[in-house]
Design a protein around this ligand. Structure first.
Ligand SMILES: NC(=O)c1ccc[n+]([C@@H]2O[C@H](COP(=O)([O-])OP(=O)(O)OC[C@H]3O[C@@H](n4cnc5c(N)ncnc54)[C@H](OP(=O)(O)O)[C@@H]3O)[C@@H](O)[C@H]2O)c1
Length: 317
């Protein structure tokens, strides 16, 4: 199947003309970040994953310059050059932000970040660029003169960037960015999962304002896909005993219904009408087909209130 034969429904990306699938391929794990994910990913494995992704029906992909300090974009660029171009109808989003060495998050740094993304991906235009992890600078500096937002708008005015979004962690901070009216999309991560639901107010505001609301890390970075005993980490760090216990209760509950915990975790996000698309990280080629199966796995309605009762956090991480 090619990307053009998409069997997934398409959704409008906020108020833009772009159409995205409700599932999105997340390219953080395939950049090889052992400190974040706890395992390494070879280039060959990453390229095989990307080839499967570009040949499958999920036609929305998410990366960032920060993933492996350019390695995710470099690997995507290799496969795009093999294919010859971004497949028709495909939407590729990236993110730009601070210099990981100096911490510089100014406008000139963001310019370097944009130029590097263009070069590594081998593209002359970027469809969607998110300002990445703004918690690493102040709100005032980010939206002020010579700051990163100004630089993104400069590239947008030149049509090198088509659409801009904001992607990061703290919910209250992201709400402030959404309320500027400057962004067309927002990514929240690890905060709209079976285990943590802190992103609720952000999703409400984003939806009300017509932004594309993108939910990243429905598995909390892996725990809800691999299981709390196989992978006892949530949001890129060791999980607390309380989180592990809850995840175990959820896994046991899912087992009663013969539902994989991963299917419940994924569909928890997919069934939320506020969410435009859900980004799933992966670093194995077979994950593309597995993700489609998990998204379609039958789940009885009665499981949802029972999963709620297993407990979840509403505090920000
Ligand atoms: N600040 C931001 O904007 C931000 C923050 C976080 C995430 N994101 C984006 O959202 C994406 C998703 O987040 P994430 O990757 O951190 O976490 P995630 O999607 O919650 O989980 C990814 C993990 O789940 C595993 N996994 C996926 N499908 C699986 C399956 N069918 N069976 C077993 N394991 C499976 C992956 O394993 P394998 O590696 O073994 O395939 C990987 O370890 C990222 O890749 C990134 O694109 C953005």
């Amino acid at each position: 199947m090619t990307a053009a034969d998409s069997k997934l429904p398409l959704r409008r990306f906020g108020q833009t003309e772009l159409l995205v699938t409700p599932l999105c391929i997340g390219c953080a794990p395939l950049s090889d970040m052992p400190r974040v994910f706890g395992y390494s990913v070879t280039e060959a494995q990453a390229l095989a994953t990307l080839r499967a992704a570009f040949n499958g029906p999920i036609t929305y992909m998410d990366t960032a310059g920060a993933y492996g300090d350019g390695e995710s974009e470099r690997r995507i660029g290799i496969v795009l050059r093999e294919i010859g171009r971004l497949p028709a109808g495909y939407i590729l989003a990236t993110k730009v932000g601070r210099d990981p060495r100096s911490g510089d998050f100014g406008g000139e740094q963001v310019k370097r970040s944009i130029e590097r993304s263009l070069r590594l991906l081998g593209l002359d235009q970027l469809q969607i660029v998110f300002l990445h992890d703004p918690e690493h600078t102040s709100f005032e500096k980010a939206i002020g003169p010579d700051g990163p937002l100004e630089m993104l708008l400069h590239y947008k005015a030149q049509a090198i960037i088509q659409h801009i979004g904001i992607a990061g962690g703290p919910v209250d901070l992201l709400i402030r960015y959404v309320e500027t009216g400057a962004f067309e999309a927002v990514i929240t991560h690890n905060r709209c999962t079976l285990l943590n639901r802190a992103a609720g107010p952000l999703l409400d505001i984003a939806t009300r304002r017509g932004l594309a609301a993108i939910n990243a890390a429905p598995y909390g970075g892996g725990m809800l896909a691999k299981g709390p005993d196989a992978y006892a980490r949530y949001a890129y760090r060791e999980a607390s005993g309380a989180i592990i216990e809850r995840a175990r209760r959820m896994a046991a509950l899912c087992e009663e219904y013969e539902v994989p915990l991963a299917a419940a975790a994924l569909q928890f996000s997919l069934r939320d009408s506020r969410i435009t698309s859900t980004i799933i990280g992966m670093s194995h080629a077979e994950r593309v087909a597995q993700t489609l199966e998990l998204a379609r796995h039958p789940i009885p309605d009665e499981i949802w209130p029972r999963l709620d009762r297993a407990g979840f956090d509403t505090d920000d991480l």
